[in-house]
Design a protein around this ligand. Structure first.
Ligand code: SF4
Ligand code: SF4
Length: 94
């Protein structure tokens, strides 16, 4: 008879998450921005809000899903979206 294997003793929350959500950083070149509001109005994650000069202010950078809508639709090429690179410490690092 085949024996049943024991379930893993490591709880799911303690296992390393290989599918960690990617994060993105937004760079806004305010000198190029003409405050049209496209990025603010159409960001699906509400990453921006309008500042006093109606130019975008980043209010929730971590919510960005990297869809690139703002970068591709900014008429003045004033936004750049880049994937955030996370460096993990190795055991051999001092
Ligand atoms: S890439 Fe998409 S989610 Fe991220 S800030 Fe731009 S429009 Fe919003
Ligand atoms: S879409 Fe571009 S020009 Fe328009 S508000 Fe956003 S950053 Fe400024």
């Amino acid at each position: 008879m085949k024996q049943k294997t024991q379930p893993s003793k490591t709880s799911p929350s303690k296992r390393p998450n290989k599918k960690e959500k990617k994060k993105y950083d937004q760079k806004i070149f305010l000198d190029w921005c003409k405050a049209c509001g496209i990025c603010i109005a159409f960001c699906p994650k509400k990453v921006y809000r309008a500042g006093e000069d109606l130019k975008p202010v980043i209010v929730d950078a971590d919510a960005c899903n990297g869809c690139l809508f703002c970068q591709l639709h900014c008429p003045d090429f004033a936004i750049s979206i880049e994937e955030r690179v996370m460096f993990k410490r190795r055991k051999t690092d001092v």
